[in-house]
Design a protein around this ligand. Structure first.
Ligand SMILES: C[S@@+](CC[C@H](N)C(=O)[O-])C[C@H]1O[C@@H](n2cnc3c(N)ncnc32)[C@H](O)[C@@H]1O
Ligand code: SF4
Ligand code: SF4
Length: 421
């Protein structure tokens, strides 16, 4: 059993211990009412234990292509671009005509992905009305760099009630490329979309080695766009290529500490800062309901048979960020039963995740990363999620987590097995 002792420090300097088991979500020392939930074990994917996909997916991700008008320093798709299929408008017709052959029921969510999705405007214009007619209950969403909006697109977005996330790193935007907010012609449409659809539009920022100060991030958006605009976090940078490993994704140990502190402080000030309140609540609920680790899928959800990423030629990929001409092609909708997700590793097969105190929050980082890239991404995710956990504990106890150590829970007091991790 994996128990951790969290050492908490009160304002008066006194120390207290909370015991937490991320495998069973048992926790001793936090006042959360116990209300057991019902859970089912999720299937766990590995290269030698591939998983198929459901013909009735809850989430349908359509990759329009990986072309982009930006070249962000950390782009997780950069190494995949050569592997992306290039499709024509005619492929949209074939894709739509072929839908009946493989899909059953209606997805809850349909996500349109690039590259930069609005580079594929003609395809979006053909695809969305047809999908909306075919799946009237499905909710649409698009993640964009925000540089290609105009009146026609905003009207279309409103007509089909498309939720839009604009990726923008505030003070760190220069790592992504030009700032569309600096260009009056582009800014105008971003501002218009935010004003016209405030509940369905927001910014998403990614935290990097250079920019992970949430106070600075908040101040930047308040100053540049206004204090009431929703700014969420895409998270912390994961590492997909050597340039990111040496650059935006390589936090020094002191920088990892400041990332944790920054998340903690932002959430102490505002328990829902950057929309992270959801994560705190999920953590509380996991403890209250005793969510077992067996019920946890990967963070991105793409290990689930219920989520499928396809391109317009019907290829099925590991996820929307990968190209179908390379190793991430896991099948084709025309041979649906042969689809095999054999490119990913559920965190249950990673030793570090199975002995990690924040696994219920992190859910294993990216499922297809390996080696040094995984290690670096894991370090970044740990620092990020530990900040969330600290804030969750602080809001219940008013105390700061100052240490975590593994323990064996035998009797009171616990025996510490290893030094702080
Ligand atoms: C790959 S982009 C594609 C959509 C669009 N071009 C955009 O930038 O919004 C989707 C999201 O992935 C995020 N992203 C890119 N590289 C990443 C990385 N290395 N780690 C974590 N998120 C990343 C981006 O910030 C963006 O929010
Ligand atoms: S993160 Fe988005 S905008 Fe940036 S290069 Fe990648 S696909 Fe393009
Ligand atoms: S922080 Fe690292 S070890 Fe912990 S769950 Fe995430 S990826 Fe796994």
């Amino acid at each position: 059993m994996t128990w951790f002792d969290l050492t908490l420090e009160a304002r008066d300097g006194s120390r207290h211990v909370v015991r937490y088991n991320p495998h069973t979500s048992e926790c001793e020392g936090l006042s959360l009412p116990f209300s057991p939930g019902k859970f089912v074990a999720v299937p766990r994917v590995a290269k030698d234990r591939p998983l198929g996909k459901s013909r009735a997916p809850r989430i349908l991700k359509i990759q329009l292509g990986l072309s982009c008008n930006y070249a962000c320093a950390y782009c997780n798709q950069a190494v995949q671009i050569g592997d992306a299929t290039v499709s024509k408008l005619a492929d949209v017709e074939a894709f739509l005509a072929g839908l009946n052959g493989w899909i059953e029921g209606a997805p809850e969510r349909i996500e349109l992905w690039g590259g930069e999705p609005f580079l594929y405007w003609a395809k979006i214009k053909r695809l969305v009305p047809a999908l909306a007619a075919r799946f009237p209950t499905a909710a649409f969403s698009i993640i964009t760099n925000g540089s290609l909006l105009d009146r026609e697109k905003i009207d279309f977005i409103a007509q089909y009630d498309i939720a839009v996330g604009i990726s923008h790193d505030g003070p760190g935007q220069y790592l992504r490329g030009p700032d569309p907010l600096d260009d009056p012609g582009k800014r105008r449409w971003i501002v218009a979309l935010l004003a016209e659809r405030p509940d369905k539009t927001g910014f998403n920022a990614l935290l990097t080695r250079q920019h992970h100060d949430l106070r600075a991030l908040k101040a930047w958006f308040a100053e540049e766009v206004g204090p009431d605009i929703f700014v969420g976090l895409e998270g912390v940078v994961n590492v997909y290529d050597a340039a990111t490993a040496l650059g935006t994704g390589r936090f020094e140990p002191a920088e990892l500490n400041s990332l944790t502190r920054s998340i903690f402080e932002a959430l102490v000030e505002d328990p829902n800062a950057f929309g992270l309140g959801e994560r705190i609540n999920e953590f509380y609920s996991s403890i209250q309901r005793r969510r077992p680790i067996e019920a946890l899928g990967q963070k991105c959800g793409m290990d689930s048979p219920d989520a499928i990423a396809v391109d317009l030629r019907g290829n099925v990929m590991t996820c929307q960020n990968t190209g179908a001409k390379g190793g991430h092609k896991i099948g084709h909708v025309a041979e649906f039963d042969a689809i095999a997700l054999d490119t990913a590793t559920h965190f249950a097969f990673r030793e570090e995740c199975m002995s990690c105190p924040v696994v219920q929050l992190c859910k294993g980082s990216c499922m297809f990363l390996e080696g040094e890239f995984f290690k670096q991404s894991c370090a970044n995710e740990f620092a990020f999620n530990f900040g969330v956990m600290m804030a969750a504990v602080w809001h219940l106890t008013g105390m700061v987590v100052v240490g975590v150590s593994k323990s064996i829970k035998i009797s009171n007091p616990p025996q510490t097995l290893s030094a702080e991790c």
